[in-house]
Design a protein around this ligand. Structure first.
Ligand code: PHB
Length: 397
């Protein structure tokens, strides 16, 4: 039997159908924004590109929902200039009402944003910068990258165990370089080794030649190097010109120098070079193989480097924290949720130290090798669950 609808019933039925058929606009309170501030232009542009690609991949794989909220990412290019980072962080807080800020391609940029995170009481997820002190600049900072001391101490141990007694260090003259130098020098001296000189090259427009010549003239067993991501190719070109191997001088470095993003273009002179790092594109695990395949499919001209991992895991941390708070975006609650969080990353098992809010992770000793016609950092030793040694030493005092 047909029912004859009154005009009112008909209108009601239409309204219900319209609700079902028309996509309902997401209410503002159901959207959580995270502002990602990275250098996308300038000398550290590759850091921004890697982090952006990794975050986009994370959202493509896991969707845009966490804790019942829609997660919206706003990318901003600070060009690597701290004043711009600070202004962008302020704008993201005031105009976009972000629940967190993230990224930070260099130490001064992470430090510039710290007072904004403290005032706004929102998490600052450091996905790239590596100076130990950063996490102490605000109780709202949590790090998913690495610290230079964390990567350097295992390499100094390797050097001591492999007959290296006399060393020269050459680092970029700012926070992470000084941390790397200090960690390497202290460990070598404690192990009975000798430090012949500690050289520092300027961060901006460095000219490495005079430092490399000086290092060569001192005839150490090994030269230890650190420069930030993006400068490795230029440094290694000048290292190659000096033919250290002919004088039996080993060249060793943190993995920032043999950055996977640039490694393939460095040529055969880097073959056999020993470095230490928390991530290699060649890391042999099912999680990493799946990650690299998906990353390279989405970005055919790129390789994921250690910066990409900071971005990918930083997003994983933000999602997991939102799940834990059931979508509550209160900044202190989000940071609390992040403390002690542990998960399997493509780089290996990682966790957030609940005391320091810094990352705990494996550090790998690697050797540059050619595989399938391409240069890779091949891991051959693992130092498990390394905490930032600078904070561990302070806590021990
Ligand atoms: C830093 O500025 O903290 C930094 C940048 C790039 C690196 C390592 C450290 O590769």
């Amino acid at each position: 039997m047909f029912e004859i609808l009154t005009r009112r019933q008909a209108l009601g039925a239409f309204a219900v159908a319209a609700c079902v058929l028309t996509p309902v606009a997401v209410r503002a309170e159901d959207v959580v924004k995270i502002g990602v501030i990275v250098p996308m232009t300038g000398p550290s542009a590759s850091t921004g590109r890697e982090i952006e690609a990794a975050i986009k991949l994370f959202q493509a794989q896991k969707g845009d929902k966490a804790g019942g909220k829609k997660v919206e990412v706003i990318f901003k290019d600070d060009t690597g200039v701290a004043d711009i980072t600070k202004r962008l962080a302020q704008e993201l807080v005031v105009n976009d009402h972000v629940a967190a800020i993230a990224g930070f391609g260099l130490t001064p940029l992470a430090l510039a944003a710290a007072p904004i995170a403290t005032q706004a009481k929102i998490p600052e997820i450091v996905m790239a910068a590596g100076t130990s002190i950063i996490t102490e600049a605000s109780p709202f900072i949590v790090r998913t990258s690495f610290t230079l001391a964390q990567d350097t101490v295992p390499l100094a141990d390797w050097a001591l165990n492999n007959g290296i007694k006399k060393v020269v260090t050459l680092v970029a003259d700012y926070g992470p370089g000084i941390d790397a130098e200090k960690a390497f020098v202290e460990k070598i001296k404690a192990g009975g080794g000798q430090v012949l000189d500690s050289l520092r090259a300027p961060l901006k427009n460095p000219e490495f030649a005079p430092f490399l010549q000086k290092a060569k003239d001192l005839k150490p067993d090994a030269l230890f190097l650190f420069v930030p991501s993006g400068q490795g190719a230029q440094l290694m070109k000048q290292v190659a010109e000096r033919e250290f191997a002919k004088d039996n001088i080993k060249v060793i470095a943190t993995g920032d120098v043999t950055d996977d993003e640039q490694l393939n273009g460095m040529g055969d002179s880097v073959l056999g070079m020993i470095t230490s790092m928390m991530y290699s594109t060649a890391h042999n695990s099912p999680e990493n193989k799946a990650f690299v395949a998906a990353f390279e499919k989405a970005n055919p001209t790129m390789r994921p480097n250690f910066m990409a991992l900071g971005g990918y895991d930083g997003m994983a941390l933000f999602y997991a924290a939102l799940e834990k708070t059931k979508g509550d975006t209160d900044g202190a609650k989000l940071v609390d949720a992040m403390k002690g969080m542990a998960w399997m990353s493509p780089r290996g098992p990682i966790s957030i130290d609940p005391q320091t809010r810094d990352i705990v992770q494996n550090v790998y000793i690697r050797k540059v090798e050619r595989r399938d016609g391409q240069l890779y950092n091949i891991e051959f030793e693992t130092v498990p669950a390394v905490k930032d040694p600078v904070k561990a030493a302070k806590a021990g005092k």
